[in-house]
Structures are given as structure tokens and as C-alpha cells.
Write a new protein. Structure first.
Length: 312
């Protein structure tokens, strides 16, 4: 897959982990995803970049706010909305996904107009870009990134790199209207997830773009090899499990894995809880994990890896 050179407005472009113990988090994700790290100085609040094959693929930052995680329940690629575990609102860590925007300032205005809340920004992150942190009307935390020197993830859809993100909410109509207004995406059914109520956020002009046979999504073959072909499904949306009033709406990142079951085994040995393990609608292995500090994320067998045989 070509390395990204840009991300179009509305495309998933980054994920960072907010944690009270970055050192422990780095150890865990190095073991599970094979990440190495680059560390910034005080000018960037000692933000850490996770790297894979010399590309920056995610971020890890210290968070001492004590704010609830927002990742109270996992949905599992549309397969575990009824099998996730209710989380601790005081989790020590949480993942935040970010979507590309051409103008952080204009986007912040759209967030407020659409019923969301801007929690931080718009603010420059040095020369790297301009950021906005927000909460959508359902209560899910989400980020937005206006790229300058740092475009976002240097690899996408590869092993150990970001490959998908998923929103779990109660009021799907309200969430859909918000992201349509803020990002300009369209909401359609997404059979690749294998769940009746699963939907996809797609970039404009979904009639364009070729289909990726592994994931069921239009392939990432935009101009200049950039991720984000017209009509591409850039993220998923599912429904929080019924009967768990304490579960909070949340965004969850997915990272690629060549061998998802092996990745799950390593994560379990490193102290993770396995919330869901199975397959998506395309027969790809998928697992939802809670890391030792409470952050929820998923691993997905990467496109192009042969599907595991059905042994049932």
C-alpha cells in the first residue's frame, strides 16, 4: 500500500493514547505491536511518537487530568456490542482518534453549531499542525487535525498501523447528523462488519473508487497515492449494547495485525483483558482489547492476509 502523502478532509488520520504512565504504555505496545518510540522535549509536552518501520504511526501522551476514559465498552468491529465489558469510568488511559481537516478554526465552529463541545483548541502544535479536541453530542471524545509539517500516520492499513476506527453510541441518528455536518461524510450501511446496525462514514462521492476485496471498503487509492479515495469508508459506527446504562459512547482505534490471534496471546500475557475475539463479516480475525491501564483498542487482520479457515 502506498505511504500516505496527505489525508483529505474527513479521513481518519491519527490516534493517540492519553495515559498517566507513558513508560508502562510504551512497554505494553512495544510487546504487542512491535512499536519503537521517538520522544519530544518540553516544547511538545514530552509527547511520544510510536514508530513502525521508521514511520510515525500513533502518539502517546501523559494525561494527569483524571477525566473519565470514555471507552467504557467495546463493540468489536460490529460483532461484540452485546459482549463487551462495562468499563471503569476512572480508567487511567484512553485512545483518541483524529480526523483530518483543512481548517481547524472552521471545524471548531461547525462542532459548536452541530451540538458538540470544543474542549481544547483550535491550537497550534508547534509547526506540526493545528489541533481541536471535542466531544460529540453523544459524549464521545474525538480529535481533529490540520496538518502542516506532520501529516498524520505515516503508514495506514499496514501491520502495527492504524487501519480503522469505530464509534459506539446510543442515538445513532444524532451522531450521524453531527459527523455529516462537521466532516462532510455520508453514512451508509456497511456489510463488511457483519452486523445489522453497523454503518460506515464515507467520504463524498461514494460511487467512485475501487473495492478492496479484503476489507470490503473502497481501496485507498486517492490522488498522489494518498489515503482517502472518493467514497471510501473511513470509519464505522455501531450501537452500544442495551442494558448497560453506565457505558459511555466512545471512539476506538483499530490497528493492523498479520496474525491477530498471536497478537491477542501476546497482549494477554502482557496484562490486557480480551473483551471480544472473533471475525468480521469478511472472515477477518478481529479482537477488542483493554490494555493494563484501561484503554480500549482493537486489532484487525490486515487486508491481503489470507482469511483463517472455518473450523466450526
Amino acid at each position: 500500500m502506498p505511504e500516505p502523502v496527505s489525508y483529505p478532509a474527513g479521513a481518519l488520520c491519527w490516534a493517540d493514547l492519553r495515559t498517566s504512565d507513558p513508560v508502562a504504555a510504551e512497554h505494553f505496545y512495544a510487546a504487542v505491536l512491535g512499536w519503537s518510540y521517538l520522544h519530544t522535549g518540553p516544547a511538545y509536552d514530552h509527547y511520544g511518537y510510536a514508530t513502525w518501520q521508521r514511520h510515525m504511526v500513533a502518539g502517546i501522551a501523559r494525561s494527569d487530568t483524571g477525566e473519565p476514559s470514555g471507552t467504557a465498552e467495546a463493540s468489536g468491529g460490529g460483532k461484540s456490542s452485546d459482549s463487551g465489558e462495562e468499563g471503569d469510568g476512572g480508567a487511567e488511559a484512553n485512545w483518541i482518534v483524529s480526523f483530518a481537516t483543512r481548517s481547524a478554526d472552521a471545524l471548531a465552529d461547525r462542532v459548536a453549531a452541530a451540538g458538540g463541545e470544543v474542549r481544547h483548541g483550535p491550537e497550534d502544535f508547534g509547526v506540526l499542525g493545528r489541533t481541536v479536541a471535542a466531544v460529540d453530542p453523544e459524549g464521545a471524545h474525538v480529535g481533529f487535525w490540520q496538518a502542516r509539517a506532520h501529516l498524520g500516520a505515516g503508514l495506514f492499513g499496514e501491520p502495527s498501523a492504524l487501519c480503522w476506527a469505530e464509534l459506539a453510541v446510543r442515538d445513532t441518528g444524532r451522531a450521524d447528523r453531527f459527523y455529516e455536518a462537521v466532516l462532510g461524510v455520508h453514512v451508509t450501511a456497511h456489510d463488511a462488519a457483519g452486523e445489522e446496525h453497523y454503518a460506515a462514514f464515507r467520504l463524498p462521492d461514494e460511487s467512485a473508487g475501487r473495492t478492496d476485496s479484503a476489507s470490503g471498503n473502497p481501496a485507498r487509492s486517492g490522488p498522489d497515492g494518498a489515503p482517502g479515495a472518493p467514497g471510501e469508508a473511513v470509519a464505522g459506527r455501531t450501537v452500544l449494547a442495551a442494558g448497560r446504562p453506565g457505558a459511555e459512547p466512545f471512539w476506538m482505534p483499530y490497528f493492523g495485525a498479520r496474525d491477530a490471534p498471536r497478537t491477542v496471546d501476546v497482549a494477554r500475557r502482557e496484562g490486557a483483558a480480551v473483551l471480544y475475539e472473533g471475525a468480521n463479516g469478511q472472515g477477518r480475525d478481529v479482537a477488542v482489547l483493554r490494555d493494563p491501564q484501561g484503554a480500549v483498542f482493537a486489532v484487525l487482520e490486515i487486508p491481503g492476509t489470507p482469511a483463517r479457515p472455518d473450523t466450526t
